[in-house]
Structure formats: structure tokens, C-alpha cells
Design a protein around this ligand. Structure first.
Ligand SMILES: [Zn+2]
Length: 99
């Protein structure tokens, strides 16, 4: 089944200023998805800048898209999991592959 996202969040590193958008799997920051109790996304994620040791922080909160959209190549993505903790940060590499 194709993976879709229902919203996105923007993160920024206070050390180097780098930013990234991360899209949200169904059930991440979302209610009423079958077999997926609402799961939070992390507030802090590693900085993407190669030589920075900072962490990126959520600066946007949840932004919903009007209808769920398929992932596009290279998107950062919070994948739903059943750990009881936060969703997992992944990168979509196309054809159902994630890093
Ligand atoms: Zn940084």
C-alpha cells in the first residue's frame, strides 16, 4: 500500500539556522485512524547540517494538508510505529524504500 502523509511540520536548528520540513504518516499527530492510536512526533531531531552538533526543533506545529498525499522522493517523514513513544524519523527513497 502506498504511504501517504496528512500534514507536515517545520524544524529549525538554533545553532546554525538550518531548516527542514518533515511530513507525517497517518496516525502521527492525528486521531481516528484505524488501528493507530494517535502518536506524537518528536520535538527535537538531529540537525541536518554536516558539521553542526545542534538539534532542530519544531517551529511550526502541525500543518494539515487538505487530503492525504503520497510521499515524494527524498521527503523526510515521521513513520508511525507501535513503540508507545514518538514516531520514527525516516527518509523516503522511492519504491517503498526508506532510510
Ligand atoms: Zn545546526
Amino acid at each position: 500500500m502506498e504511504t501517504t502523509f496528512h500534514g507536515y511540520m517545520k524544524y529549525r536548528c538554533p545553532v546554525c539556522g538550518s531548516e527542514r520540513f518533515v511530513v507525517l504518516d497517518r496516525g502521527v499527530e492525528e486521531d481516528d485512524v484505524v488501528a493507530r492510536p494517535r502518536q506524537p512526533s518528536p520535538f527535537l531531531i538531529p540537525c541536518t547540517s554536516q558539521f553542526c552538533e545542534g538539534v532542530q526543533q519544531d517551529i511550526s506545529g502541525l500543518h494539515k494538508v487538505p487530503t492525504p498525499q503520497p510521499l515524494k522522493f527524498g521527503m523526510w517523514y515521521f513513520e508511525y510505529n507501535h513503540t508507545g513513544e514518538c514516531a520514527s524519523l525516516k527518509r523516503f527513497l522511492g519504491s517503498g524504500r526508506f532510510a
